[in-house]
Design a protein around this ligand. Structure first.
Ligand SMILES: NC(=O)c1ccc[n+]([C@@H]2O[C@H](COP(=O)([O-])OP(=O)(O)OC[C@H]3O[C@@H](n4cnc5c(N)ncnc54)[C@H](O)[C@@H]3O)[C@@H](O)[C@H]2O)c1
Length: 309
């Protein structure tokens, strides 16, 4: 049986960690691509040399040549720049849009049937760029954000209540980061809504910490941003796709009327399986939740409108 093949573009912190998780789980062979010469080759070789100790047979190679990525089942896009001092958000948007467009065009040329998992920020806007650059249907362009945001929320809920993370579930909608819309009434511990387990001020504090979860880590690290949890979240999505697990996970997908939004990538719960995004799960929102969702969608729209044509 042919082993699955995953290409991870960007051999930086997130990309290399995703590659490690995929290989060490024996999920797929991994091709690590970066623009910097030697970097993906070095990290790829290092990961390959861990295989005998870890005990897996997945092949890991690093390259600067997209021809090596040919026939990939999934392409994960993590390439991009972090915001530099003096660089505005709009500068970053334009720079990363250029990078994502170029890497997606090259990758899909060699892997026309792949499913794209986008990680590069600003996430929701980069999904638009990837959709356009690939010409793929919406089912095959999926953004990673909600799994990370809800993992952070779950971590804080479990810590607050002194319970296992395994028994916590969190429900997060909307754009990534500041504009996310956590839904506490659907966030549960062993099926019990957290609104019945915690007073409103504590729920609000956990929601607030979750929305700024990325910034909290940036402030601690001083250089660079989070990558262990982002890589774990990306792995969960790739695993759901390659093993056709039909997992219900919050992902950024192109909405076509669902939740009253048309033509925008926004985070919603979807079924992830071999077909990529197989179904959007719709739930009824309260008036307040719907307003927060619309605000989040409007923030995504604002960024998308600024994308270079
Ligand atoms: N969606 C999320 O929730 C989430 C979470 C964490 C990080 N991110 C984003 O993921 C991206 C990567 O983060 P990181 O910490 O790994 O950054 P990093 O700087 O460690 O790695 C980025 C890599 O991209 C490479 N790169 C740049 N231009 C390229 C090109 N044209 N072709 C190929 N490779 C190119 C760089 O050489 C570098 O190795 C950032 O945009 C970050 O904001 C998103």
């Amino acid at each position: 049986m042919r082993r699955n093949k995953v290409t991870v573009i960007g051999a930086g912190n997130v990309g290399a960690t995703v590659a490690q998780r995929i290989a060490e789980a024996g999920l797929a062979d991994v091709v690590l691509v970066d623009i910097v010469e030697g970097l993906p080759q070095g990290k790829g070789l290092d990961l390959a040399e861990a295989a005998p100790v870890v005990g897996h047979d997945a092949r890991v190679v690093g390259t600067n040549d997209y021809a090596d990525s040919a026939g990939s089942d999934v392409v994960v896009v993590t390439s991009g720049l972090a915001r530099q001092p003096g660089m505005s958000r709009d500068d970053l948007l334009a720079k990363n849009a250029g990078i994502v467009r170029s890497v997606v065009e090259q990758a899909v040329h060699h892997s026309p049937n792949a499913i794209l998992v986008i990680v590069t920020n600003p996430l929701d806007a980069m999904c638009h760029v990837a959709l356009q650059a690939s010409g793929f249907p919406r089912e095959r362009v999926i953004g990673m954000a909600g799994v990370l945001d809800s993992a952070r929320f779950r971590t804080f809920i479990a810590e607050e209540l002194g319970v296992s993370v395994e028994d916590t579930h969190a429900f997060v909608l909307g754009g990534h980061g500041d504009t996310m819309v956590p839904l506490p009434r659907y966030s549960t511990v062993a099926g019990i809504p957290i609104t019945e387990l915690l007073p409103p001020d504590r729920v609000a504090a956990l929601v607030e910490r979750t929305a700024h979860g990325g910034a909290e880590i940036v402030a601690l690290l001083k250089t660079g941003s989070a990558f262990y949890a982002p890589a774990a979240a990306t792995f969960e999505m790739v695993d759901a796709i390659l093993r056709d697990r039909k997992r219900v996970l919050p992902c950024a997908v192109l909405l076509q009327g669902e939740y009253g939004v048309d033509g925008l990538f926004v985070g919603v719960p979807v079924v992830l399986g071999a077909g990529g995004m197989e179904r959007v799960i719709q739930i009824k929102l309260s008036a307040d939740e719907q307003r927060a969702f619309q605000r989040s969608a409007a923030a995504v729209r604002e960024l998308v409108d600024k994308l270079p044509a």
